[in-house]
Design a binder for this molecule. Structure first.
Ligand code: PLP
Length: 219
């Protein structure tokens, strides 16, 4: 299958999942995850009308996205991988949305950088819903206080919550937990669902799904 067919297939499935969940058409944004793929492999997705992309490494993104963004100015780029504070300046300069805010140090670095660069970057707080020691994200029970700190003292605009459920578990309860936490925080955007579970995520209220291999192929 060509990339354009896989992209159409994913779009059709998102659309069907929206309908099945009683949600309006277009309620769910597709973030096409292009990590590890080079610009040549990404251009067909852009040609197919895709404008929102996700990457998990700042440095890798700096190698391909400045040119792609120059070619197609309305691209929206999301950082979906862990961010180190020494990369905050580069991340703020390149990304439109950072989905992996998960600790005070990085929140402070982002607050400083967005002020310094005069750039508004939309932010998501990543929650470690499975409490996995190796995984990034704030603990569920600390989420509300952390969002409060970001919005209050740090003056950051938090748009929603993001999670990556444990690979071996049924993702439903994790999606439900993220939705519940978002509600507690007064947030209405949920970034959850990947190639293997995005239809489930949409049933639990995802407003964006991050899909890589189902579009670009195996990594
Ligand atoms: C790689 C990645 C994805 C996409 O995963 P696929 O299974 O290829 O769809 C989604 N979210 C994050 C945070 C990722 O790192």
């Amino acid at each position: 299958m060509e990339l354009s067919e896989r992209l159409d297939d994913v779009r059709a499935r998102i659309s069907a999942a929206e309908t099945n969940a009683g949600r309006s058409h277009g309620a769910v944004q597709l973030v096409a995850v292009s990590k590890t793929f080079e610009a040549e492999a990404i251009r067909p997705a852009i040609a197919g009308g895709q404008r929102v992309f996700g990457e998990n490494r700042v440095q890798e993104s700096q190698g391909k996205w400045p040119d792609l963004k120059a070619e197609t100015p309305d691209i929206e780029l999301h950082l979906i991988g862990p961010l180190q504070s020494n990369k905050a300046a580069d991340a703020v300069a390149l990304f439109d949305v950072i989905e992996t805010v998960d600790r005070e140090k990085i929140a402070r670095a982002l607050a400083d950088e967005t002020k310094r660069q005069g750039k508004l970057v939309r932010l998501y707080v990543q929650v470690n819903t499975g409490m996995e020691p190796q995984k990034a994200g704030i603990a569920p029970e600390e989420t509300e206080a952390f969002v409060e700190l970001c919005r209050g003292e740090l003056g950051l605009q938090i748009e929603g919550l993001m999670c990556i459920p444990p690979a071996e578990e049924n993702p439903g309860p994790h999606f439900a937990l993220l939705a519940r936490l978002a509600k507690q925080c007064g947030l209405d955007r949920l970034s959850m669902g990947m190639s293997g579970d995005y239809e489930t995520a949409i049933a639990f209220g995802a407003t964006s799904v991050r899909i890589g291999s189902a579009i670009f192929g195996a990594r």
